[in-house]
Design a binder for this molecule. Structure first.
Ligand code: 7TS
Length: 411
């Protein structure tokens, strides 16, 4: 534990267990984070006291439930510094948010238009755009990733030629879930805006880890999931500038999102209700707001510093192991608490399975980044990803386990 960063582990019940007879070392935060007691309590409190459907009833519980849901929306707006809480749409997660934007903007695309994205996108910010390009005849282009290990980040010089007036949308990830690269999001938005392109930021890996301000970034849309930031699963957010959301068709239709309906048709409410058909995940929104309170009480600047320090230490310890290939930015460049690696010829799934025997939770595979893996010439990697409760001691446990694995595979 760094000297200034508080020990938050007592707040996280799930961390205090053994796995395969060893104390759990949870290093799979890129996939999902654990939840502090404050979030679990907020969920229990909601179900024990306020549980009811929102917007539809005039009874006391329904009003309490509606108030909690809308208070959560205001909390999210404050957390990302949105101008207006109508710009906050509750969704299931990043994947749903990107799908809503891709299909919504897709209605405005035509052959000759370009959707620009990058070679480091998670499938969730890639496949929806491929589908939209196929359906509309628009062209999908990619900003290249530089370096044999992806260490050079996005090719920002190539942006000069890629960002043409034909580019209508530029969708990119804030932090790569495989490389740990932190992209210069404000600069990318500024350059996209200069050619009239709308920007969509995938903030799945950054939202709970770095300070984030949508107005300072200057983005048009931003997507994230609650479960990677101490919040519940099944809740996430689509942020969009209000005028853009109000001009966009809903992806899903049904109850709660209409002003009036007759047998011939229906009229949509404005944002955010327009995009929230059906009963929303009220408890999820309440839990997400509690997660935001928790994160802000710790401080996003210090969480970021803690993540970065752990990642730097992990890179140093892993580099001591023979045959280790570490992906992503080298020292001195912006990099998040995510370290992907390949250990000699050992398959990542074997590395993860062996590490699990030591109680260590890693992720192994293509991390929903298949095109990037192919480009780097790797079938898969193992990945350690850190969060606010991880410690240097846990990285020492990881390094010792990986050294054992290396020796086993080296025969
Ligand atoms: N975008 C990025 C950058 C991600 O890392 C993920 C999930 C998603 C989108 C999708 O988020 P969801 O909540 O809608 O599923 N990433 C990972 C990961 O790296 N390992 O498991 C899930």
């Amino acid at each position: 534990m760094s000297s200034v960063f508080p020990d938050l582990r007592p707040h996280f019940p799930a961390l205090h267990q053994t796995v395969n007879g060893k104390p759990l070392v949870y290093l799979d935060n890129g996939a999902t984070s654990h939840k502090p007691r404050a979030v679990i309590d907020a969920l229990v409190r909601y179900y024990e006291r306020d549980n009811s459907n929102v917007h539809r009833g005039l009874h006391a519980l329904s009003m309490r439930s509606t108030d909690s849901f809308e208070a959560a929306r205001a909390r999210v707006a404050a957390f990302i510094h949105a101008q207006d809480q109508a710009e906050i749409v509750f969704v299931r997660g990043t994947t749903e948010a990107v799908n809503i934007v891709a299909r919504g903007l897709g209605a405005q695309l035509k052959p000759g238009d370009v959707v620009l994205t990058t070679e480091m996108e998670h499938h969730s910010n890639l496949v929806p755009w491929q589908q939209v390009a196929k359906a509309t005849g628009a062209t999908l282009c990619y900003v290249p990733v530089l370096g044999a290990d992806g260490e050079g980040g996005l090719d920002l010089a190539a942006l000069d030629t890629l960002l043409t007036p034909q580019v209508k949308v530029f969708a990119f990830t804030h932090i790569s879930n495989t490389l740990g690269t932190i992209n210069p999001a404000a600069e990318l938005c500024r350059r996209a805006r200069a050619v009239g392109a709308l920007t969509v930021i995938d903030a799945a890996q950054s939202i709970g880890h770095e300070p984030l301000d949508v107005q300072a970034l200057g983005c048009d849309f931003l997507a994230f999931s609650g479960h990677k930031m101490c919040g519940p699963t099944g809740i996430g957010v689509l942020y969009g500038r209000r005028a853009l959301l109000d001009a966009m068709a809903p992806d899903e239709t049904g109850g709660g999102m209409v002003v009036s309906v007759d047998y011939q048709g229906a009229r949509w409410k404005p944002s955010p209700e327009r995009f929230e058909a059906g009963t929303p995940h009220v408890a999820g929104a309440v839990g997400l707001a509690a997660a935001m309170d928790y994160i802000d009480a710790v401080g996003r600047e210090s969480i970021a510093a803690h993540d970065h320090e752990l990642a730097a230490y992990a890179r140093q310890r892993l580099a001591e192991i023979p045959g280790m290939r570490i992906l992503g930015p080298t020292a001195g460049q912006p990099r998040a608490g995510i370290v992907s690696f390949a250990l000699g010829d050992a398959h990542a799934h074997d590395v993860v399975t062996f590490a699990d025997q030591d109680g260590i939770a890693l992720r192994g595979g293509h991390h929903c980044n298949q095109p990037l893996m192919r480009k780097l010439g790797l079938p898969s990697t193992a990945r350690a990803s850190f969060y606010l409760y991880n410690t240097r001691e846990e990285i020492d446990v990881l390094a010792a386990s990986l050294l054992k694995i290396q020796k086993f595979f080296a025969g």
